[in-house]
Design a protein around this ligand. Structure first.
Ligand code: ZN
Length: 248
């Protein structure tokens, strides 16, 4: 058994037996790790209020390759992301980010870059007026990360760069199809000039500056539906995010 010290974001936490909790952590040094926090539900537990979703912690974990659940040795609260918790909509979209991270990261795959990316997005959600922008940005970047970056500017068939025309988007090809090359029969998604510009602009933003740039979005376009449909098709995950049901 070895001990590991790491920054960690709490993805979720469930009660376990009478007094403990099982906590899913996204750690910087070890990737996703499920730990048991013994006695966490006892009144005088050192973990009182610490193991809540969204919290950023500094943890010590006792790791053993032969166990499925690791043991939480210590957890210190670094950031509760209070600006997120104070806002219902920000909380919902943050839970959606954490749910997606939980779905797409298997235990044992370490990615420090993605950890830093996620932690930056949490602080940007705290600061931004419209948290949906961070959510859509995350869905776009997650698609790229998983190897199917959508293309909004070049027709997949003729490789022509498309300026100002409404075009179809092929979910399967992951790219637009211009009107000379055919219809968007395989998906039914039409991208207006402004929706396409919104998506393309979002894709180019720097994640550290999301809350400080202004981006014009086509309010008639169903970004969440479009991006989740796309991710669902390419990942074979159902993606019925319980966090988003808060908004229905
Ligand atoms: Zn074309």
């Amino acid at each position: 058994m070895s001990s590991v010290k790491s920054s960690a974001i709490v993805l979720k936490s469930i009660n376990w037996r009478d007094t403990s909790k099982i906590v899913t952590l996204f750690t910087r040094e070890e990737g996703k790790v499920s730990v048991i926090a013994k006695g966490a539900r006892q009144l005088k537990s050192k973990y009182q209020g610490i193991l809540e979703s969204i919290n950023l912690l500094e943890v010590i974990i006792y790791m053993s390759a032969t166990r499925k659940l690791q043991i939480l040795g210590q957890a210190t609260l670094e950031d509760t992301h209070q600006k997120i918790r104070a806002d219902y909509e920000k909380t919902g979209y943050t839970f959606a980010l954490l749910e997606l991270t939980d779905i797409f990261f298997k235990e044992g795959s370490v990615d420090t870059v993605f950890f830093d990316f996620l932690e930056t997005l949490l602080s940007e959600i705290g600061k931004i007026n419209n948290p949906r922008i961070v959510f859509w940005y995350f869905l776009l970047k997650l698609s790229s990360y998983l190897g199917f970056r959508p293309e909004f500017n070049i027709c997949t068939t003729c490789n022509r760069s498309i300026a100002s025309e409404e075009v179809g988007f092929s979910i399967r090809e992951g790219a637009i199809i211009c009107n000379n090359c055919g219809s968007s029969a395989d998906s039914g998604w039409k991208l207006s000039v402004s929706a396409r510009k919104s998506l393309s602009d979002l894709q180019k933003l720097n994640h550290k500056r999301l809350s400080s740039v202004s981006i014009s979005l086509d309010n008639r376009f169903a970004f969440t539906d479009f991006l989740l449909t796309y991710l669902r098709f390419h990942s074979d995950e159902k993606l019925e995010l319980s966090s988003l049901k808060l908004f229905k």
